[in-house]
Design a protein around this ligand. Structure first.
Ligand code: 13P
Length: 257
């Protein structure tokens, strides 16, 4: 099964406009040899248009880190799907655990945002993952299944062609603790099983499932080698072109094996 391999960088709340330009430029220069791997950079909203100018002639895609589901209106501080599109974005991250934890994102709002993104022809990276206490209570499977059922309620198999799922165990984000390749593979296989149940085998087989949580050049290969891991969503290590590019090259080498 040759699924699309995708390495995405979630810049979170880092990089002013000048810093963003510099980083995007360095990433572009270091990845001109990449053919088999889809690269996505997700800078803050403020840098989207500028970063787009740097990467638009390359194969690097642009993503935003969030959207609101309405088209426009009196929603101070929010950004619509059409607005990120007009800045050059073709992807959007939805339901990141930091949004769930700090900004009240729920499975219902995740679902509304996915629908709004797809209606605007944006592709989505939908994040799921359990908290440490949930893993310790042995309910990872239930937690992730519930998030997936909530996120994709009302969607069909065709919609799922525009969806990437990122499995990000919350206890592994920014902590330096990575899920073991076995732990990650187990949940990825479970996610694929749930998608098969909700849609069908073709949708499940074609779905790109990324791992996220303290991915670095040092641990990328062992994680990306797992059969159900089709890429990574990177936080800390995507803020430097060297480490982001190293992970992209690891994916590329594995794809060409
Ligand atoms: P870190 O790579 O910094 O752990 O962050 C992962 C993440 O949250 C990507 O969305």
């Amino acid at each position: 099964m040759k699924r699309k391999k995708v390495i995405a960088g979630n810049w979170k709340m880092f990089k002013t406009n000048s810093e963003a330009l510099q980083l995007a430029n360095q990433i572009r220069i270091k990845t001109t040899d990449i053919k088999a791997t889809q690269i996505i950079v997700c800078p803050p909203f403020t840098a989207l248009a500028n970063v787009n100018e740097v990467i638009k002639e390359s194969s690097i895609a642009l993503g935003a880190q969030n959207i609101y589901w309405e088209k426009e209106g009196a929603f101070t501080g929010e950004i619509s799907p059409g607005m990120i599109k007009s800045a050059g974005a073709t992807y959007v991250i939805i339901g990141h655990s930091e949004r769930r934890q700090y900004f009240g994102e729920t499975d219902e709002t995740v679902n509304k945002k996915i629908k709004a993104a797809l209606e605007n022809s944006l592709k989505t990276i939908v994040c799921v993952g359990e908290l440490l206490e949930q893993r310790e209570a042995n309910i990872t499977r239930e937690v992730v299944t519930k998030q997936i059922k909530g996120a994709f309620a009302g969607l069909n198999g065709a919609d799922m062609q525009h969806v990437i799922i990122a499995y990000e165990p919350v206890w592994a984000i920014g902590t330096g603790k990575t899920a073991t390749p076995e732990q990650a593979q187990e949940v990825h296989a479970e996610i694929r099983r749930v998608i098969n149940e909700l849609f069908d085998k073709t949708v499940a087989d074609n779905l790109t499932i990324q791992y996220g949580g303290s991915v670095k050049p040092e641990n990328a290969e062992i994680l990306l080698k797992q059969v159900d891991i089709d890429g990574a969503l990177i936080g800390g290590a995507c803020l430097k072109a060297d480490s982001f590019s190293a992970i992209i090259h690891t994916m590329e080498n594995l794809s060409n094996e």
